[in-house]
Design a protein around this ligand. Structure first.
Ligand SMILES: *[C@@H]1O[C@H](CO)[C@@H](O)[C@H](O)[C@H]1NC(C)=O
Ligand SMILES: *[C@@H]1O[C@H](CO)[C@@H](O)[C@H](O)[C@H]1NC(C)=O
Ligand SMILES: *[C@@H]1O[C@H](CO)[C@@H](O)[C@H](O)[C@H]1NC(C)=O
Length: 312
């Protein structure tokens, strides 16, 4: 279940970079036809922005709040939520079986994944989506403007027929995305805004190692920051240098890390600076590579580290 959690920011890519006043509620469903021992046949995880909010699996049959949401009373009726997830599990696994029957895919294990959710920007609905994949390939997606299910795979034609058997079904899906989901998100935000708005400034270290020839490679590493949006670059004498970046990676505990490397020729005397911009920093941070000093983590003291608190 951990890989599913780690993969959300990577799946959503830069789209998940939260602008101020932007919040999302996303559900990720995974069904496996022949799970390995101990792995649940069905798992559902809900995310508020990029934070795991609750998890359900077919072994426990229970929707359980995660992380800080564990300690919140009155935000959700978890018994009701569990019932809802159990009902969705059933439909989900029937669809997986239908697809396998269509392809006569009885050998091996097959996976079916669903992802849907909505976004609010400044309290206004700002998009929603609903899509499924079979064995990692796009299968079907919902177009809420028509509204209709759009098959993306030959087997999805019969799924579409089933899911559109009555006109009310597509109207309900549209209403779910455009009304229910944003309303749920607004309600959740009443309890979660302060947690989602918290920022954690990056801690920065600079290291050096031997490069090709007599060159050296300077690495500027920023870690333990939240949210995920960050800008890192190297400069020398006011000029931005070409560098290699490792992208932004989740740490697994809700914070992120990122790095940029630059290759420098020997006997180059002008100092090198790593510049870091992040919403947790009151102003951009410049850290100088200093040959004479042992590198030590640099924390910006202008901003206070924020506590993880939730308003009830
Ligand atoms: C956000 O939008 C909802 C629905 O339109 C409205 O009921 C609510 O008062 C709004 N909240 C704020 C803080 O503007
Ligand atoms: C959020 O909380 C406010 C104040 O407690 C309340 O008036 C409002 O109805 C709540 N909004 C939602 C969507 O639950
Ligand atoms: C998150 O994990 C990183 C790497 O394991 C660790 O250095 C850091 O202290 C952790 N941060 C929090 C807030 O737990």
């Amino acid at each position: 279940m951990v890989p599913v959690l780690l993969s959300l920011p990577l799946l959503l890519g830069p789209a998940v970079l939260q602008e101020t006043g932007s919040y999302s509620l996303v559900f990720l469903y995974t069904g496996v036809s022949r799970p390995n021992k101990g792995i649940p046949r069905f798992q559902a995880t809900a995310f508020l922005n990029d934070q795991g909010f609750f998890h359900y699996n077919s072994n426990s049959g229970k929707a359980e709040p995660m992380g800080p949401w564990n300690q919140l009373e009155g935000m959700e009726d978890w018994e009701k939520e569990s019932q809802l997830q159990r009902a969705r599990e059933e439909i989900f696994l029937v669809t997986l079986k239908d697809i396998m029957d269509y392809y006569k895919d009885s050998a091996g294990s097959h996976t079916f994944q669903g992802m849907f959710g909505c976004e609010l920007l400044n309290n206004r609905s700002n998009g929603a989506f609903w899509k499924y994949a079979y064995d990692g390939q796009d299968f079907i997606k919902f177009n809420k403007e028509i509204p209709a299910w759009i098959p993306l795979d030959p087997a999805a034609e019969s799924t579409k027929l089933k899911w559109e058997a009555e006109k009310i079904y597509t109207q309900r899906a549209k209403a779910y995305l455009e009304e229910e989901c944003p309303a749920m998100l607004r309600r959740y935000l009443n309890y979660s805004r302060s947690h989602l708005d918290k920022t954690n400034p990056p801690t920065v270290t600079i290291t050096s190692r031997a490069g090709p020839g007599r060159n050296r490679i300077f690495k500027c590493l920023a870690y333990d920051f939240y949210p995920q949006g960050i800008s890192l670059h190297w400069t020398q004498a006011g000029k931005v240098l070409t560098s290699i970046s490792g992208g932004v990676l989740p740490n697994g505990n809700g914070t992120y890390l990122s790095w940029v490397e630059v290759e420098v020729p020997p006997q180059d005397r002008d100092p090198y600076f790593c510049h870091i911009e992040h919403s947790g920093l009151s102003q951009s941070l410049s850290v100088q590579w200093d040959e004479t000093k042992k590198p030590k983590p640099e924390r910006n003291v202008a901003t206070q580290p924020q506590e993880v608190t939730l308003s009830a």
